[in-house]
Ligand binder design. Structure first.
Ligand code: 3HC
Length: 723
């Protein structure tokens, strides 16, 4: 592959095209920008150059500043990585004596969009993706974005784009003033050349964005907008410093002018680049990309086969969610149920899912209609004769699943992928009555399946690489992040996280208030605590899986009668408005004091309080007593080779269990806390409260040898791998 480079070609029309070449996304770092500066300086000096166009080769303008640089900055302690680049954008490009136009193909994100905004006009292809997603990396736009964007599109929309990190398309960019003209990719360079020449000839305005004030509005209006944004950021991102810091830089520019704002942006960026939040979020960025590299699947030259028609068996909560995700991505779906009443319910649930997306403005009404036209409800297997994949999503009942797999083996074509959405049951057991073990795979979605971004792909020793690759591809098409894991009870995610719910219940039965636990877990960064989550998920799940974990992992699980007692008391959680909390339409769930006597009864039955007295634990301990057992089980998942790499579990914990991304995922967080501290804490609690907390062998070894939990395993212990 050719080296990253910046080239310049001067045409007969007097336009110098400066091209960036740095595949795959033309990320920019100091050497690239230094290359741009060199070419700019040359072009400005040359008499045959009247104007310039900045262009990204390979169909993309630029995916932004090179994110790897931030990791290096933390390693070397040199946090001035953005200082020289910003100087080039503002002084070399913005103040250039010859006008420059950005020709935006494909996408311009982060530093890429900032480079484009430093130019004097922007031409983009249709549907080019434009955004400043820096906050998702724990930093703020650091190449002038906090000053350029508000001056081009106005404060409210600029703040919305930066704080949400969401990109817009070039068509919207044009209506906002970010893009000056849209041109097809064939015409992009020609149109950009003409724009540049027109500016040079003063036929079009030569605008230096930083000098503009027309879009900022009055001082008092700006103050109001910023204040509202600050309140909103406090609510949605209470534990992340970059949101308020971004608003600080914008505000500085509004009050003291764009150049002062740039200095503020630089100061804030220097601090944020070194922050733990940024370190964790950058880790998650690369970890998420690493999930698509699966040894012996994605590196052996296989090509994904097209999956055009999928049968979903079961129209319950999971089946209807899965079907919704598929039809939204233009995949034809056959939904099978056992009778017309259940089928109608399933179809209604899918319609509801689509309506919900439309009413939340996440989907256009005509797209919802189009999606529904891809759905067909059936009561038999006739339609299964030409499906490419079946996803079984019925209740967690082993013999029912076994008979379904034996039926579909006969009804489907021989190439068809046979997937199950089981969350706990061993795939070898499900496929026991078939002779198609190589086609059997787990497609474990997380509820609600049309919303949650994780897809856990479970393979057995027999699942073929082709089937795994096909399902990974389907996962990407339906906009999920697929993570390939090995086969065991609970697979990677539910297996690692069963101690989360059980740990919370154990604490409750040792006398800790459940509402305090929920509050502390929310403060730690999860959207809701374990008891509210149980209310929301419904108690059926807890009842279905409790025995499964108990028998798979004897000696380290905790079970109680609490859920049975709640159900006996007429509580079903959110679905009937009554659980640990009271749920009323239009208001926030409220802790229900009338649940406390039921909890008391369960405590008596469980009888796990040491000496019969409630334990006294600090807030910090409560959080640790819930998450350290999860870390402990994650260590076993790593040790047994259920995941390919530790970072897969980090991504899964963030996307599947809503573990805060700014903590980097469960194992990344554990390593920041320290294996030794976790080991010693668990050891102490196991002596005080029993085997639920007993440290695993893997944790003990890593702690005593001082090796991070996420460090790759040495080859001698790789033999346990189930992948
Ligand atoms: C100073 C500035 O204000 C700071 C910044 O600019 S920070 C960067 C801001 N930009 C971003 O956050 C965009 C990050 N990138 C993306 O969202 C997506 O990669 C994309 C939309 C550009 C392309 O998506 P897609 O086509 O699915 O490709 P994707 O698999 O994500 O990326 C392809 C490769 O490019 C790498 N890459 C993407 N953007 C990168 C970047 N900005 N820096 C370094 N590497 C990057 C990915 O790590 C991946 O590498 P791999 O093949 O070795 O795994």
């Amino acid at each position: 592959m050719a080296k990253p480079a910046v080239t310049m070609e001067v045409g007969n029309d007097g336009v110098a095209i400066i091209s960036i070449y740095n595949p795959p996304v033309n990320s920019i770092s100091y050497p690239i920008l230094a290359g741009i500066k060199e070419k700019f300086d040359e072009a400005v000096k040359r008499d045959d150059v009247k104007a310039l166009v900045v262009f990204g080769k390979g169909g993309k303008f630029s995916g932004g500043f090179d994110i790897n640089v931030f990791g290096k900055a933390r390693q070397t302690g040199d946090n001035s990585v953005l200082l020289k680049p910003i100087d080039i954008l503002v002084n070399t490009i913005g103040d250039s004596k010859k006008p420059a136009v950005a020709a935006i193909g494909g996408l311009a994100l982060g530093g890429g969009l900032e480079l484009a905004m430093a130019c004097h006009a922007r031409v983009a292809v249709p549907k080019a993706q434009l955004g400043l997603p820096e906050l998702t990396l724990g930093i703020i736009p650091g190449l002038g974005g906090t000053q350029h964007l508000p001056r081009l599109i106005g404060l409210p929309k600029a703040i919305e784009m930066m704080l949400s990190s969401k990109s817009i398309l070039s068509e919207e960019g044009k209506s906002l003033g970010l893009i000056d003209e849209i041109a097809t990719s064939n015409e992009l360079l020609n149109v950009s050349r003409l724009w540049a020449l027109d500016i040079a000839a003063r036929c079009k305005p030569w605008l230096h964005t930083l000098h503009r004030t027309d879009k900022i509005g009055s001082f008092s209006e700006a103050r109001k907008v910023l204040e509202m944004a600050r309140q909103q950021a406090k609510k949605v991102a209470p534990n992340m410093p970059q949101h308020q810091a971004c608003l600080d830089a914008i505000e500085d520019g509004v009050i003291h002018g764009a150049y002062s704002g740039l200095l503020k942006e630089a100061t804030v960026s220097k601090e944020l680049v070194m922050s733990d939040t940024s370190k964790a979020l950058v880790h998650i960025f690369f970890a998420q990309r690493a999930t698509s590299k699966v040894p012996n699947v994605t590196d052996i030259g296989l090509k994904p086969r097209p999956v055009k028609k999928v049968a979903v068996i079961g129209g319950g909560l999971m089946g209807s969610g899965i079907a919704t995700a598929l039809i939204l991505s233009n995949t034809y779906v056959v939904l099978k149920e056992i009778n017309s009443e259940y089928l109608q319910k399933g179809i209604k649930a899918i319609e509801e899912n689509l309506r919900g997306l439309v009413s939340r403005k996440k989907l256009a009404a005509d797209k919802a209609e189009k999606a529904l036209s891809m759905l067909k409800g059936v009561l038999d297997y006739v339609e299964f004769k030409d499906v490419d994949m079946v996803i079984e999503a019925v209740i967690e009942n082993i013999s029912l699943k076994q008979s379904i797999f034996s039926d579909i083996e006969k009804a489907c074509p021989p190439h068809c992928i046979l997937a199950t959405n089981t969350s706990t049951i061993d795939l070898n057991v499900i496929g026991e009555r078939t002779s198609s073990q190589d086609r059997i795979v787990g497609a474990h979605f997380f509820s609600p399946a049309h919303v949650m971004p994780l897809l856990e792909i479970v393979r057995t020793e027999k699942t073929s690489a082709q089937v795994i690759l096909d399902l990974m591809t389907v996962g990407k098409i339906i906009k999920k992040v697929p993570i390939v894991v090995g086969n065991c009870t609970g697979f990677a995610v539910n297996r690692a996280f069963f101690p989360y719910g059980q740990g919370a219940h154990y604490l409750l039965h040792m006398g800790v208030d459940p509402f305090r636990i929920d509050r502390l877990i929310c403060k730690f960064g999860l959207p809701m605590g374990p008891f509210q989550l149980q209310d929301v998920a419904g108690y059926g799940v807890a009842v279905a899986v409790r025995k499964i974990y108990g028998s798979a992992f004897p000696g380290r699980t905790f079970d109680s009668s609490l859920v049975d007692l709640l159900i006996k008391n007429g509580r079903q959680g959110k679905s009937n408005g009554k659980g640990y909390y009271v749920y009323e339409k239009g208001s926030k769930p409220q802790p229900d004091p009338s649940v406390l006597p039921i909890i008391e009864e369960s405590r008596k039955l469980a009888n796990v309080m040491p000496g019969g007295k409630p334990i006294s634990v600090s807030d910090k301990e409560v959080v640790e007593m819930i998450f350290f057992p999860v870390v402990n089980e994650s260590c076993r998942v790593l040790d047994e080779g259920i995941v390919i790499r530790a970072s897969d579990l980090d991504v899964a914990s963030v996307l599947g269990m809503s573990f805060p991304s700014y903590r980097g995922g469960i194992l990344f967080w554990a390593d920041t806390v320290g294996a030794d501290y976790i080991y010693k804490s668990l050891k102490k609690w196991s002596e005080l409260y029993g085997n639920f907390y007993k440290p695993s062998e893997y944790l003990e070894q890593r702690a005593t040898r001082g090796i991070p939990l996420s460090a790759p395993k040495s080859t001698d212990s790789g033999s346990k791998s189930r992948l």
